[in-house]
Design a protein around this ligand. Structure first.
Ligand SMILES: Nc1ncnc2c1ncn2[C@@H]1O[C@H](COP(=O)(O)OP(=O)(O)OP(=O)(O)O)[C@@H](O)[C@H]1O
Ligand SMILES: [Mg+2]
Length: 162
């Protein structure tokens, strides 16, 4: 699996099935001075990933995104669909630890279900809320605001005179 760091919505993610293909894709990207990431392909994830929405050390919502038939990328922009998912305790703690490791109190952690347990694919510092609210029917925006109200001291409201 070879990824362009500048890529988004699944564009720039290349599954190279042979060593020969991998070598030529790496050479091509290098020739374009692109920044790339080379990863193990988690075939057993079967074109799905888990988006875990972490707020204040807890996963408050999680969805499973499944790619369109025959597609290894689960991106919703590539025709994937998303449903609410129940995480295992291991998946839950992996997501929470990943957010903590990045120093984020609010994060969107993407996991893959690999044969050797959950693996972190990506940690987003400004995760979108539209897709996950639609899939889970949870009011994620409200949970974010409630967290901020509880945890961010000295709001402007204290200073503004009405
Ligand atoms: N190592 C991997 N093994 C199996 N599937 C993968 C792997 N990496 C990515 N995928 C699949 O490809 C999709 C796109 O990959 P990724 O999220 O890394 O790129 P992106 O969506 O283009 O970038 P971003 O999430 O930053 O917008 C993932 O959602 C996942 O379904
Ligand atoms: Mg992605």
């Amino acid at each position: 699996m070879i990824k362009l760091l500048e890529g988004t919505q699944g564009i720039g993610v290349v599954l190279t099935e042979t060593q020969q293909a991998a070598t030529s894709v790496i050479e091509a990207f290098r020739g374009l001075n692109a920044n790339i990431l080379v990863q193990e392909f988690v075939a057993e994830a079967k074109g799905a990933d888990l988006r875990c929405f972490v707020i204040g050390g807890k996963v408050i919502a999680a969805m499973k995104r499944q790619g369109a038939p025959g597609e290894f990328r689960s991106n919703l922009h590539r025709g994937g669909n998303a449903v609410q998912v129940k995480l295992s305790p291991d998946e839950r703690s992996t997501a929470v630890e990943a957010a903590k490791a990045m120093g984020l109190r609010i994060a969107g952690v993407d996991l893959l279900r690999s044969a050797h347990g959950p693996v972190v694919m990506e940690v987003n510092s400004s995760p979108g809320i539209e897709g996950i609210e639609k899939a889970t029917k949870l009011d994620v925006a409200r949970k974010m605001i409630e967290f901020l109200e509880k945890n961010v001291g000295g709001t402007n409201r204290d200073r503004i005179k009405y």
